[in-house]
Design a protein around this ligand. Structure first.
Ligand SMILES: Cc1cc2nc3c(=O)[nH]c(=O)nc-3n(C[C@H](O)[C@H](O)[C@H](O)COP(=O)(O)OP(=O)(O)OC[C@H]3O[C@@H](n4cnc5c(N)ncnc54)[C@H](O)[C@@H]3O)c2cc1C
Length: 433
């Protein structure tokens, strides 16, 4: 058994949030240890499209000659780790009606598809160079606690004590639950099952590059809420995802999920022509536990970051890096001041409660709200949204100019009033089960 002061900070998980926390804590001179179940840096716990964009108000971005730079999170991504870029996200209803958000093509607002594994390897090297100890192939089995406060972690190699434990475990949420962050959350868990393939796709041309979300159930045999996404990061390349929501952790066998993915690729007329002649080069699947964001993300000696407390696996790569950095900065301050209680860690709680988590939650509610609608309802919502000019509200342009707003109200308001019940359901994120 270790002495309580063995480590200043222990981090669970080497995803974007965990590596960012490890890098930041070690750079500040803290004795830092990270555990990761997977065998090596860059291995992924779940499929991911790798689409990144700056976070207005938190993380700015620059496209330069040597790559992409995100100064607030001290991240520089060389061009060798950039797979492509996308300029729009299109949503298509079951009947083929679409609306889209167009992303601005600006050097000071780069939107790109990255090699997530490569970026994680880069961050792991930086964390080690700063003095952090990273133990891959080692799962944390429990958090240890005393008098209601977290005191360390347990692994098969023994117990390890720390002043602050940062859980960056992702969507499993085992340790954020063990630490008691969800004690005051009354609604239960639901689950999302996601299967995905990366494909060589000869039919994808430069003009197809973008992200397509197909809504509704008409094209597959899935009976519960579901939706598909096709990311086209570059000519000749596609990533396809099929998500199924359920209230039971085990109702879908792997086999049926892969069957749904094949049905989606072959039968869904909205995407099948883009996948003609495509061959899969990589397959992955995951199950996510979905819960509302807990009221508190810190406890005595403990901070939950990234997807471990975020809404449904959608926090994202850059937001998770940002949150991991802020969690570690808060932990370092608390360790230095000698107060690692919930109060001593309150700076992180305040940051998380702000516009950032509200924005993430909003996006997630729209996705689950849409997944819960019938095909006819989706056709109607998409018809309304397709007739409203969404451009001023597109990613990265949060403050539409006055004239655009007036035009938008005049053209959009009557349609919004007509479909207000459906739109309210879309925005409320009624549990997608
Ligand atoms: C299908 C899909 C597509 C996505 N596409 C995008 C996208 O295009 N752009 C984007 O920005 N985001 C995307 N995301 C979301 C993004 O991947 C996550 O929000 C982000 O990875 C969260 O980072 P994290 O560090 O919190 O968790 P994770 O990246 O999940 O990392 C958690 C790590 O903890 C480890 N771990 C878990 N339990 C233990 C344990 N007991 N002991 C030790 N280690 C443990 C896991 O192995 C894992 O490596 C996508 C997600 C999914 C599911």
């Amino acid at each position: 058994m270790c002495n309580k002061d063995d480590f200043d900070v222990i981090i669970i998980g080497a995803g974007p949030a965990g590596l960012s926390a490890a890098r930041t804590a070690a750079r500040s001179g803290c004795k830092t240890l990270l555990f990761e179940t997977l065998a090596q840096a860059g291995d992924l716990g779940h499929p991911c499209s790798g689409v990144i964009a700056p976070l207005p108000g938190f993380v700015s971005g620059q496209r330069r000659q040597d790559g992409l730079h995100f100064p607030e999170i001290e991240l520089s991504i060389p061009w060798s780790l950039v797979v492509g870029s996308i300029s729009c996200q299109r949503y298509i209803s079951p009947g083929g009606v679409s609306f889209q958000a167009t992303f601005p093509a600006r050097d000071n607002f780069p939107i790109a598809v990255i090699d997530k594994s490569g970026v994680l390897r880069l961050m792991a090297e930086q964390a080690v160079a700063a003095g952090a100890e990273l133990r891959f192939g080692t799962s944390v089995t429990h958090v240890t606690s005393q008098d209601g406060g977290v005191t360390g972690v347990r692994t098969r190699q023994g117990e390890f004590a720390a002043k602050v434990v940062i859980s960056a475990e992702g969507v499993s949420r085992q340790f954020t639950e063990e630490a008691g962050l969800y004690d005051t959350v009354t609604s239960g868990k639901s689950y999302a099952f996601i299967v995905s393939e990366i494909l060589d796709a000869p039919a994808v041309t430069c003009s197809d590059v973008g992200q397509i979300s197909t809504l509704g159930r008409r094209y597959t045999s899935v009976s519960t809420p579901s939706f598909g996404t096709l990311v086209l990061p570059a000519k000749g390349r596609a990533q396809v995802y099929f998500s199924v929501f359920a209230d039971q952790p085990h109702i879908h066998t792997d086999e049926s999920l892969w069957h749904y993915l094949q049905e989606y690729k072959q039968r869904d007329a909205r995407i099948s022509s883009l996948l003609e002649g495509a061959t899969a080069i990589h397959r992955a699947g995951t199950r996510m536990a979905l819960r509302p964001v807990p009221r508190h993300v810190v406890k005595d000696g403990f901070i939950g970051v990234g997807d471990s407390v975020g809404p449904g696996g959608h926090v994202g790569i850059l937001p998770s890096i940002f949150l991991g950095q802020k969690a570690a900065q808060t932990a370092v301050q608390a360790v230095r001041s000698g107060d690692v209680s919930q109060k001593g860690l309150a700076n992180y709680e305040r940051l998380y409660r702000g516009p950032l988590s509200r924005g993430l939650d909003f996006e997630y509610r729209i996705i689950t709200g849409l997944a819960d609608m019938s095909d006819d309802e989706l056709d109607r919502v998409c018809q309304t949204l397709s007739r409203i000019n969404l451009a001023p509200f597109s990613f990265g342009q949060w403050q539409p100019i006055a004239a655009e707003t007036v035009k938008w109200i005049v053209t959009g308001l009557p349609l919004i009033l007509r479909d207000r019940k459906l739109l309210r359901r879309m925005l409320s994120g009624k549990p997608a089960v």
